[in-house]
Design a protein around this ligand. Structure first.
Ligand code: PMT
Length: 401
């Protein structure tokens, strides 16, 4: 659990008080925990207690609890590594399964790409109700992890299934579930090409036209793809970074050498992620010898091939992910690139921001798709954004197959 970001959603079951100990145990195990409560749950356990135990403000109301200027539910949803609802009432289970998002809990759980865990707890008759059972079965088939309630004496005076297991057992179950998910790598058996860095267009043997790309974004993606079990080939323009573990490097310099390398690999790979900043122009007549000093000189530039666009035009089975470095109209210009380059996904970053884009450790922007709504990615470390990108790619692959 160390370093994991966990959201604990608390809905209005009589067992809501047990969630306090779940939060406390998760924190003791090293996780960072944020709590989201339904309004009704606040009648059973106080937000003050959850706030104290989690050491974070508790999110309840979509409209009143704005702690910063991020869109709160999206910020929470993208922050989470796992989302567990303790207890999950019949009402909340029904709403989640019906796609209703009318409060902070149901909205954040709908918005998160993180794995989701539900701990149902309710009266036995309610638990056995075919509607509740059908909702649970639907959610299971959608990938939700559902904990079996215990059989025992319930607050309503009956004995049967529906009791929330002990906080100790819930935390143990969540830990096991997460570790088995982590052992199942998202990209097992896949071959991925990642491009990174800024291409260099030579003027003469010692001078070139370059850009500010450090390669950090592409290298973070390559590292995460390798961690997720893929064979990763990193086609990289010169950078000062070390090659991540289990990643094969193909070193290139100019846009044309990058294109040659990517084209050679293209037919045999499953995924291409173009994070490199590729020069749109090159010098028309590169000098063979170092150019001598002179009062002034004019360089003639000619257009470079668009590597990504040509990959898009001859795409067969590959999943194609591009980046867009924009300084204005980020979504609009990004959407245009999705269409023009036949992409499955595009990460549009606003490089006019100081803490995003070129040569910094953080990034932010949007995930854009040909046929889906954009997803906002708040500012985060490039390593964390890389995790989101790989998780998203894995989801897109599962839709494709
Ligand atoms: O390397 P860092 O310092 O970590 O910075 C990261 C980054 C800002 C470089 C990265 O996040 C990023 O945005 N990379 C893409 C930069 C870019 O070239 O954007 P573009 O909008 O000009 O190009 C769109 C897409 O087409 C990109 O995937 C690019 O790789 C590709 N392209 C562009 C031109 C060209 N001739 N051929 C291409 O394939």
């Amino acid at each position: 659990m160390r370093g994991k970001h966990i959201i604990v959603g608390v809905s209005a079951g009589i067992a809501a008080y047990k969630a306090i100990e779940v939060v406390s145990r998760l924190r003791k195990a090293g996780a960072e925990v944020k709590v989201v409560m339904t309004k009704n749950a606040t009648h059973i356990a106080t937000p003050l207690t959850f706030g104290e135990i989690s050491n974070h403000p508790v999110a309840i109301d979509m409209w009143e609890e704005i702690h910063d200027w991020n869109v709160e539910h999206i910020a929470l949803a993208t922050w989470a590594d796992a989302y567990i609802v303790v207890p999950a009432t019949a009402n909340v289970i029904g709403k989640i399964n019906a796609g209703i998002a009318d409060d902070m809990l149901t909205t954040t759980i709908m918005a998160t790409p993180a794995p989701k865990f539900l701990c149902p707890a309710m009266n036995t008759e309610m638990y056995n109700n075919p509607i509740v059972q059908r909702n649970l079965a639907d959610l299971r088939s959608l990938g939700y992890h559902i904990m079996e309630p215990e059989v025992g004496w319930l607050a309503c005076g009956v004995t049967g299934p529906g009791r929330l297991p002990s906080p100790e057992f819930i935390v143990q179950w969540l830990t096991e579930q997460l570790s088995s998910l982590e052992n199942k790598h998202l990209l097992d058996g896949k071959t991925v090409v990642v491009t990174a860095g800024g291409t260099q267009e030579y003027i003469d043997p010692v001078r070139y036209i370059g850009n500010r790309s450090s390669g950090k974004m592409g290298y973070a993606i390559a590292a995460e793809a390798a961690r997720q079990g893929a064979r990763v080939i990193l086609v990289s323009a010169p950078t000062s970074l070390s090659v991540p573990a289990n990643v094969e490097l193909v070193a290139v310099d100019s846009a044309r050498s990058m294109k040659e390398a990517v084209d050679r690999l293209y037919d045999s790979v499953d995924i291409v992620i173009m994070a490199a900043a590729v020069s749109d122009f090159r010098v028309a007549n590169k000098a063979e010898q170092k150019i001598k000093k002179m009062e002034s000189m004019t360089l003639e530039l000619v257009k470079n091939p668009d590597i990504l666009q040509s990959l898009g035009e001859r795409k067969t089975h590959q999943l194609l992910v591009g980046f867009a470095a924009e300084t204005e109209h980020v979504v609009e210009y990004g959407q245009d690139k999705v269409k023009r380059k036949h992409l499955d996904m595009l990460v549009a970053n606003d490089v006019s921001k100081a803490n995003a884009g070129f040569n910094v450790d953080t990034n932010e922007g949007y995930f854009l798709y040909p046929n889906r709504e954009p997803k906002v990615m708040q500012n985060m470390k490039k390593s964390e954004l890389a995790r989101h990108i790989i998780r998203e790619i894995s989801d897109l692959l599962s839709f494709k197959s």
